[in-house]
Design a protein around this ligand. Structure first.
Ligand SMILES: Nc1ncnc2c1ncn2[C@@H]1O[C@H](COP(=O)(O)OP(=O)(O)OP(=O)(O)O)[C@@H](O)[C@H]1O
Length: 277
């Protein structure tokens, strides 16, 4: 259980009902991304003609085999990669405008924590860079560490934590600047199955409490179905959307849902979307 739940902290008040209303709906139209070939050959078509709509507050996973363009799509939404053609609109703004407003939080597979800094000071770092005053920083670090279940570990250093705990620090750090959209690139793929399942439950709770739009990249069909409202299936060479599968399972979801016929039917549906291409 979350420490936040134990402490009966009202995160909905603190995190979700931000007075700064921001429409996090994402509309992607005819998006293509090509990378020039270093040896002068044909460019690599990482994404071809991607059309996708993500509603505000939706949890969407991108799944597909290696090289189908998942990371490229995430990076293009985050304005870390420019489209070759097509557009992305986020509540009417461009990815650049959204990035400059610090509305994206990004979590990578490897959280890249600073070993010489404590957990608290790792989470604090983006706020230091942004010049947020110290009392507010201290308050938010406590809030974020409670949210990810690490309040009692604030004085530890990264090497004293397990892989799962380190990834929680990465999530807390990504949330510290109060982003509206959380972009997660295979955040749990390096973790063991038990830790992964615990983090799935915890991420579901974080999403429920903070109401962020989450885009989650994974190779795992089960992970995608368990977490998402919608699974976007990508197919490589060139990278394109082969299906969008709605996951109409009730929430909140417990691990036992993985044993249900409905869950496994949805996993099969995602799998068959690859085979159909
Ligand atoms: N900076 C780059 N320069 C050249 N080619 C690139 C670059 N980034 C990605 N690619 C190519 O674009 C295609 C899509 O890559 P991308 O990393 O987005 O796929 P992915 O689905 O995230 O793969 P993985 O699951 O292995 O992370 C691949 O063929 C890849 O080699």
């Amino acid at each position: 259980m979350f420490q936040a739940e134990k402490a009966n902290v009202n995160y909905d008040r603190n995190l979700a009902s931000d007075p700064d209303e921001f429409n996090t709906g994402i509309i992607i139209k005819n998006l293509s991304v090509k990378f020039p070939d270093k040896n002068g050959g044909e460019p690599v078509e990482a994404l071809r003609n991607v059309n996708l709509e993500i509603k505000p507050g939706e949890f969407v996973s991108l799944v597909g085999p290696s090289g189908c363009g998942k990371t490229t799509l995430l990076r293009t939404i985050a304005d870390l990669q420019q489209p070759t053609t097509g557009t992305i609109s986020i509540g009417g703004l461009t990815p650049r405008e959204v990035r400059l407003q610090q509305k994206f939080g990004i979590v990578f597979q490897n959280p890249v924590l600073y070993e010489w800094r404590t957990v608290r000071r790792n989470v604090c770092m983006p706020m230091e860079i942004m010049g947020i005053p110290k009392p507010e920083r201290t308050r938010r670090v406590s809030e974020m560490l409670e949210l990810v279940g690490l309040y009692d570990f604030g004085k530890k250093h990264p090497h004293e934590l397990s892989g799962g705990m380190q990834q929680r620090v990465g999530i807390a750090r990504a949330l510290a600047l109060r982003p509206k959209i959380l972009l997660m690139d295979e955040p749990f793929s390096a973790l063991d199955e038990f830790t992964k399942e615990k983090l799935h439950l915890d991420l579901q709770n974080i999403w429920r409490k903070t109401r962020k739009t989450i885009i989650f990249v994974t190779h795992s069909m089960q992970e995608a179905v368990f977490l998402s409202d919608k699974v976007v299936v990508l197919t490589p060479h060139p990278g394109r959307v082969s299906a969008v599968v709605d996951i109409n399972l009730p929430r909140p979801r417990g691990l036992e849902i993985k044993d249900t016929v409905k869950f496994n039917a949805l996993v099969s549906k995602v799998r068959n979307s690859f085979e159909g291409v």
